[in-house]
Design a protein around this ligand. Structure first.
Ligand code: 5GP
Length: 190
């Protein structure tokens, strides 16, 4: 998606550790026109897939997930991050490893909000090694829901999570795919 690529080039900041900072348009301050366009693009990509629910992880996935949900006219559910692994029986839970923070965290979602009748579209702001997305797919699977696929704002393909999931048969659509950020110079996959 050209708009997302242009915004990354003009406003994204490459930090050490292969982290792209998008705080000025996607993560802290939100560019609402860009967000609306992202929602529309995700609706177009998954229009005929029978999606009944959008699933993301708090906090940075919520904005784009809400935009997609509004465009598609379905509810958005976000999994919550738990500090401890003590979770009750009313929730589905899974452990996600964060490579950026080098820690494991538990994410939970209420059993009331995901069911076997759902077709879930997993949405997130970033896809790097794929751990967060695998966590969402796992939660949907625990609920017996069907997974239509994933829609991601920014995929860093050099960290390989997206292509590994595609090779396993998961449909992964990313609005911008960064091939390299070496030396602070961003290049996109064609
Ligand atoms: P993964 O689990 O695929 O390794 O990483 C995805 C998660 O880590 C996303 O939910 C996102 O919040 C965070 N993340 C990974 N890479 C970046 C990055 O370069 N910039 C930002 N802002 N977040 C990232």
């Amino acid at each position: 998606m050209r708009q997302m690529e242009e915004m990354i080039l003009s406003h994204g900041k490459v930090l050490p550790g292969n982290v792209l900072k998008v705080g000025s348009f996607l993560n802290q301050q939100i560019d609402t026109e860009l967000l609306r366009a992202c929602g529309e693009e995700i609706r177009r990509l998954y229009a005929d897939c029978g999606v009944t629910k959008i699933l993301t992880i708090e906090a940075s996935g919520i904005a784009i997930a809400a935009a997609a949900a509004m465009a598609m006219g379905v509810p958005m559910v976000f999994a919550k991050k738990h500090k401890t692994s003590n979770v009750d029986g009313d929730t589905y839970a899974t452990v996600v490893h964060s490579f950026t923070h080098n820690t494991d965290y538990t994410v939970v979602v209420s059993r009331d909000y995901l069911t076997a009748a759902d077709t879930v579209l997993c949405v997130d702001d970033f896809l790097a090694n794929g751990a967060a997305l695998r966590g969402l797919i796992d939660l949907a699977g625990q609920a017996g829901a069907k997974v239509a696929g994933a829609a991601i704002a920014v995929e860093k393909s050099f960290q390989n999570g997206g292509d590994a999931l595609r090779a396993e048969g998961v449909r992964v659509e990313s609005l911008a795919v960064i091939e390299s950020m070496e030396g602070g110079r961003i290049t996109f996959r064609k």
